[in-house]
Write a protein that binds this ligand. Sequence first.
Ligand SMILES: [Zn+2]
Length: 470
Amino acid sequence: MKELCFENCGFKVYDNSVNYYGASRVIMAKKDNEDYIIVIGESLGFEGEICALDGENAIIAKKTHNNAKLLRKLFPFTAPTRGLKKGVSIGTGDRLGLATDGHIAAVKKYPDVFPVFAQQSIRELNLTSRSYEDVLDATTFSVYKNGYKSGFGADGDHLKTVEEIQYALDCGFSLITLDLSEHIKSDISVGCADNLFKQYIDKEIPLAEGHSVYISEEDTVEASIIYGEALEYIEKIYNSFIIKNDVDFEISIDETATSTKPAHHYLIASYLVNNGIVFESLAPRFVGEFQKGIDYIGDIKEFEKQLITHQAIAKHFGYKLSVHSGSDKFSIFPIVAKHTDKKFHIKTAGTNWLEAVKLVAIKEPKFYRELHTFALSAFERARKYYVVTTNIDNIPVLDTLSDYELPKLFGNNDARQLLHITYGEILQAKDENGKHIYRDKFFDILKTHSATYAELLSAHIGKHLDMLLG
Ligand SMILES: [Zn+2]
């Protein structure tokens, strides 16, 4: 057995990571840029290297999937739980598996906010070459390391198929966001369906606090055509998966070209509630544009007007609104804060990637220039997957900027979007030998400067929360 001691072998213990299970001490420590779990006393089943540490028996355990599973079992605060019923909840997501430290630092200041630290769509998994196991395990380790014991959620985001839902449930995710985009009809002129909503025709429906919504015959016909199949699909998913599992359920109808009419929203919700479907949140497609990485684009007055009605509908039926693509939408946050009684869910994903690239610009300007140049070359490919109005010509030419000026690019909306939407291209780029070109170095930089990265994220997410909580 090797004799080790914390100081001599270079382990730096995370102060908030010390817990006992029985007589065993379970801590996390960093060495050579990697985090380890160290179990002193009985091994408790952790897999790792057996040694003697400061004269006691110990296991030095790596951050493997089995060790994460065991951590979740022994210390339930590291496992995701339901929490969307809580007033304000925020999905931070962690695309890279290194952002949760910073997200924890941000939400610790807001004890009333329920965080969803793990949040990933299947597309994001594919673009980052990660699995739901990776996503959840990274969150578990970060939660343990930082001693965050207030509970967090894990969101299988924008799931479409039964296989995807089963996968997220098998991994222990606590929130299923059902994406209905493939069941929503966009062309109503070709549709024909039984009118599901005849009883609402030409009615002014009273909602909470003196609000109301008017339903015309046209609204009922349109809603039946556009959403009829989606409503059936929701019922099927609810009855085969959600009802049998202790998970939060979000209905996502936001991935459409046109905004959700309040009258349609009411009809959808009434159908679901009348059919006994329980859900915590619903994401309408709000009016205006919610492009990645930049502020809201659109008529703020109209957004406010529609939000008030959407909110009154949600309150009437007892769920909360969910705002997707919420990163950086600072101009609408005060409106959301004002009209939602501090009951809403917001998803801010992807922005942790932008903060990571900003960190690279600050710490490794030469490498940043490589990423930026590559992003420009990959932009046309990447933009196919997003609705963005990026104009490459508005981005300053890299050669005209000194290293010191590079971080300023993150104040330029076109540069932000360029770097935002090319994340998959950057992380997946391979040379002729099949080796990643940027990925490993990128992760190394994040690990080396993890404290600065956490500070950047904490400030960025903190700004969101400050404005959202009014
Ligand atoms: Zn969405």
